[in-house]
Write a new protein. Structure first.
Length: 375
């Protein structure tokens, strides 16, 4: 007897997939339409999270396969851009959940206790693979979030898979197999005026670039402050204080004085590379590097938007109640939106200068074979 031809239904295993919306009752026919909507939208989120995790894993693997050749960067960008697009779609999906009225949700909310979206292991895997620092993770009361989720998972139905996935992500983070770690290593190798780490004059090249940039930044700051004082619209002492704080923050970034002493040399080289890429993003040789930086910023922006949108959706539907898992609800969600995994990529935007005030590159190679003025 000939093999049965593969069908769309079988390929997607729809008989299994469409039987998984029963919620706590185990039978979707026992659910009111509002609860069925709640189950489906949250399952959809978890499916999208699964794909984001795959894209992050692929990007990290490409980064970690030795020094990154130029031709590999487009593939890293490809995977990260797809992850960002998925999160963009996930943000829009909150419009569907918001079709629930407050009383619609309250009609079945008690069934969820003590389950909560806070317990999403895949969201925690995403945070770990992106490189969220443990100190940035909002605790559950006085308990570490991951430890709390792990405790809940042990002994629960499906808990073994959750614990295994969480432990694998923790192991990857401990090994430095995160997007943040890989990106910083890559930025550290950025050629600066033709110099790369390990070459004899690299420290001098970095010092020269950073000193020139710091001087240009201070000159630009002074011009801005003078222009504001001339308007007479702000108190002079307030203007002076604000620009003094801005100058101090810039100096800390340029020198990496905000990092522990044993990390400063590495952090300063990373920041110099980032500043070089962002300041000379119009140069042909830096086209893919600046696109990669932009894509990582877009990815984190979509994650922050997702967290903010989640908090506003919850506040709109249930106000500021205690969460079903016992958290502070909206207050907890708002705190999670404050973290920035790729802080350097956001901070550098405060320090960028108009192109005409940026010190010119000292190596014609950044223009490929045709520097300015060449025939």
């Amino acid at each position: 007897m000939a093999d049965t031809p593969l069908s769309y239904w079988d390929y997607l295993q729809l008989d299994t997939l469409l039987a998984l919306q029963g919620g706590a009752d185990g039978d979707d026919r026992a659910l009111v339409p509002d609860e069925l909507l709640f189950v489906i939208t949250h399952q959809t989120y978890e499916l999208w999270f699964k794909q984001v995790l795959r894209e992050l894993s692929e990007a990290i693997a490409l980064f970690r396969a030795g020094p990154v050749p130029e031709e590999r960067i487009p593939w890293v960008v490809h995977h990260l851009r797809r992850a960002a697009q998925i999160l963009h779609l996930a943000v829009a999906q909150f419009e569907v959940i918001e079709s629930l009225t407050p009383q619609d949700f309250l009609g079945f909310r008690d069934k969820l206790v003590p389950a909560s979206g806070f317990q999403s292991v895949q969201m925690r895997e995403m945070e770990l693979l992106l490189g969220l620092d443990a100190g940035q993770r909002v605790p559950y009361g006085k308990t570490d979030t991951l430890a709390h989720i792990r405790t809940l998972a042990v002994g629960s139905r499906g808990g073994a898979h959750a614990v295994s996935a969480l432990d694998a992500a923790l192991g990857a983070a401990a090994r430095g197999d995160t997007l943040r770690a890989a990106l910083l290593d890559w930025l550290h190798r950025t050629p600066i005026d033709g110099s790369t780490p390990g070459t004899p004059a690299d420290d001098a090249a970095v010092d020269t670039f950073m000193a020139g940039y710091a001087a240009a930044f201070q000159s630009y700051q002074d011009d801005q402050a003078a222009r504001l004082r001339a308007t007479g619209l702000s108190a002079e002492d307030e203007v002076a204080a604000r620009f003094a704080a801005s100058t101090a923050a810039a100096e800390a970034f340029f020198t990496a004085a905000d990092r522990p002493p044993d990390e400063r040399a590495f952090a300063r080289r990373v920041r110099a590379g980032l500043l070089y890429i962002e300041s000379h993003r119009h140069l042909p040789l830096l086209a893919w590097p600046r696109l990669l930086v932009d894509t990582v910023v877009e990815l984190e922006e979509q994650l922050v938007l997702w967290r903010n949108r989640h908090a506003r959706m919850v506040e709109r539907i249930i106000g500021r109640r205690v969460g079903t898992g016992g958290s502070a609800g909206v207050e907890y969600l708002d705190k999670t939106a404050g973290a920035r995994i790729f802080g350097e990529l956001w901070t550098v935007r405060t320090l960028l200068l108009p192109r005409q005030r940026v010190p010119a590159p000292q190596d014609a190679a950044y223009y490929y074979r045709f520097p300015p003025g060449a025939p």
